[in-house]
Design a binder for this molecule. Structure first.
Ligand SMILES: [Zn+2]
Length: 82
């Protein structure tokens, strides 16, 4: 019997915030992204094995890792400005 297993990453855009990018120095929208790696069995995602958050510049594509708290704060900041 062959057992097919692995992981699959899925990206979720949480919100977009605007601040000066640390890489390119431009004040452009930054995507706050949640990346979840799930264990898969026969290509069916079963459960998450790792979750990380990062912010990605829409100009240069530079990414910076965020803690869960920082991602939550970014979402609260974005919600307060709507
Ligand atoms: Zn940038």
């Amino acid at each position: 019997m062959i057992l097919l297993f692995g992981t699959r990453a899925s990206e979720t855009l949480l919100t977009v915030v605007a601040f000066v990018c640390g890489f390119c120095g431009r004040d452009v929208p930054q995507r706050v992204v949640k990346l979840v790696n799930r264990f898969t069995l026969f290509f069916v995602p079963l459960f998450p094995v790792s979750t990380r958050h990062f912010v990605q510049c829409s100009n240069c594509g530079g990414t910076t890792a965020l803690s869960r708290e920082q991602a939550d704060n970014a979402m609260a900041w974005a919600a307060a400005r709507r």
